[in-house]
Design a protein around this ligand. Structure first.
Ligand SMILES: [Zn+2]
Length: 209
C-alpha cells in the first residue's frame, strides 16, 4: 500500500461495504460468512466463472455500485474476489484481464467503468495485466438490465470492437463483468476477441442471474 493510501485509510477508515462495520477492511468476517450462502461452486477448469447468485445483498450492492454513484464499492468487490481462492486460481490461468467496456458516453455520465475499477485492483494484486484499451464498445445501447431476456441478444450484437489487436493476439484473455444474465454481452465480447486473434477467452462475473 502506498503512503497516500495509508493516510487516506487513517482519515477515512475502511468500512464493510455491506454492513458498514469499521475495523475489518471492506468486508467484515460476519458478512463474509453471510455471503457464503449465495456462492456458486464453479469448476475452475471450465471457461466461465460466476462467484454468486444474483440475490439479496449481492444484487443490492451491484445495483448501488452501477447506478447509484457508489464507486467506492469497488473495494468491497475486490475484497470478495481476493478472498475467493478458487476465483483467484481461475484468473491465474489467463494472461490478461479485459473488463467489459462501456460506451464513452456512459462512462462520461457515470464517471467510471465499474468493471474496470475492480479488475485493475485484482489484476495489480495477482500480477495479471489488465488491458482496458483493446476492446471498445462502439455503439451506445440501452442498458441490458432494462430489456427483456429475448431483446438482450439483439441489443448486444456487433456493438464491440477490438481497436488494439496486438494487445490480445495469441493471449489467454479473461473478460470481467459484473452480472451474467443471458450471456449476450459475454458472448459478443468473446466472439469479438476470438475473431481478433485471442488464443482462449474465458469469462468471469461477480454474479449470475
Ligand atoms: Zn459487514
Amino acid at each position: 500500500m502506498d503512503f497516500i493510501s495509508k493516510i487516506l485509510d487513517f482519515i477515512f477508515p475502511p468500512a464493510c461495504g455491506i454492513c458498514g462495520k469499521l475495523g475489518q477492511g471492506y468486508l467484515c468476517s460476519n458478512c463474509e460468512r453471510e455471503l457464503e450462502k449465495y456462492k456458486i461452486r464453479t469448476n475452475i477448469r471450465t471457461q466461465r466463472y460466476h462467484l454468486f447468485r444474483y440475490e439479496q445483498d449481492i444484487r443490492d450492492k451491484i445495483l448501488d455500485y452501477k447506478f447509484n454513484d457508489k464507486s467506492y464499492l469497488y473495494h468491497l468487490f475486490y475484497e470478495i474476489l481476493i478472498k475467493d481462492k478458487n476465483a483467484c486460481e481461475f484468473l491465474g490461468d489467463y494472461d490478461i484481464i479485459v473488463p467489459v467496456p462501456i460506451h464513452r458516453k456512459r462512462k462520461w455520465k457515470r464517471g467510471y467503468n465499474q468493471c474496470e475499477l475492480v479488475a485493475k485492483k485484482i489484476g495489480t494484486n495477482l500480477g495479471i495485466c489488465v488491458v482496458t484499451d483493446a476492446l471498445e464498445k462502439k455503439v451506445h445501447t440501452v442498458p441490458q438490465s432494462s430489456l427483456l431476456r429475448q431483446e438482450r441478444l439483439q441489443n448486444a450484437k456487433d456493438v464491440y470492437n477490438v481497436k488494439n489487436p496486438s494487445k490480445i493476439e495469441n493471449k489467454k484473455v479473461v473478460i470481467f463483468d459484473d452480472i451474467y444474465t443471458t450471456g449476450a454481452t459475454a458472448y459478443e465480447c468473446k466472439k469479438t476477441l476470438e475473431l481478433a486473434g485471442a488464443r482462449k477467452v474465458g469469462v468471469m462475473t461477480i454474479a449470475k442471474d
